[in-house]
Design a protein around this ligand. Structure first.
Ligand code: CU
Length: 213
């Protein structure tokens, strides 16, 4: 049985269980009652590798957080969308449940650091969880305590970053002229670094190639 069927099955099972409980309660109720919710662009080469986070690991002198958006980490079809979420230190994000089943999101930062492990249940229709990470960490593994196949990552960095799309393309906006070291992280292949020079008013290009292990 594939995962999405399992997901539907678990949603169905929850619904059936709920009905059974409701029926049971109503029966009891009946018995008991009386009768009356300027940057960098590049490509990750490996036949176009998605979900690679490229960030500035040396040379950045701006603020820790340059991101202005509040991205979503969605639980949809019993999978995390996006699979890898790039974030700045202290950048807020929302954990959303779009499924008709309950999820229990469980991010697992390395023990002993400033980022602390947590887990929270989100039943269908529950409000988004709005949160952020206080420290850089590449990367935080995320799992669901209800669906063991659900796996995702949060990559928390300082300064500008980009995440590759389905074609392997990424873009880092707002990187001023200067010399930098870029690091590209991928969940299976690890990290690669590259020095780049960004000239004023001219976007630089930095491609990375990950070889199969
Ligand atoms: Cu789940």
């Amino acid at each position: 049985m594939n995962k999405s069927n399992l997901c539907k099955l678990s949603a169905m099972f929850s619904a059936v269980l709920l009905l059974a409980v409701a029926a049971h309660i109503s029966q009891r109720a009946v018995k008991a009652a009386p009768p009356s919710g300027a940057g960098v662009t590049g490509t990750i080469k490996h036949g176009g590798l998605a979900n690679v986070v490229v960030y500035v690991s040396e040379g950045w002198s701006g603020g820790e957080s340059t991101a202005t958006s509040e991205p979503e980490f969605n639980q949809k079809g019993c999978q995390y969308q996006p699979h890898v979420l790039g974030l700045d230190v202290n950048q807020h994000f929302k954990v959303v449940n779009s499924d008709q089943t309950s999820h229990n999101i469980h991010p697992m930062p390395a023990p002993g650091g400033q980022n602390h492990e947590w887990n929270k249940s989100q039943p269908p229709g529950a409000p988004p969880i709005d949160t952020s990470w206080p420290a850089q960490e590449v990367a935080i593994h995320v799992k669901c305590n209800i669906h063991p196949w659900m796996s995702g990552y949060m990559v928390v960095v300082k300064g500008p970053y980009g995440v590759s799309d389905d074609k392997g393309s990424y873009k880092i906006d707002n990187l001023p002229a200067g010399n930098y070291t870029l690091t590209a992280w991928q969940e299976t292949y690890g990290t690669q670094t590259q020095k780049i020079t960004v000239a004023a008013g001219k976007p630089a290009t930095a491609n990375f190639t990950f070889k199969a292990k």
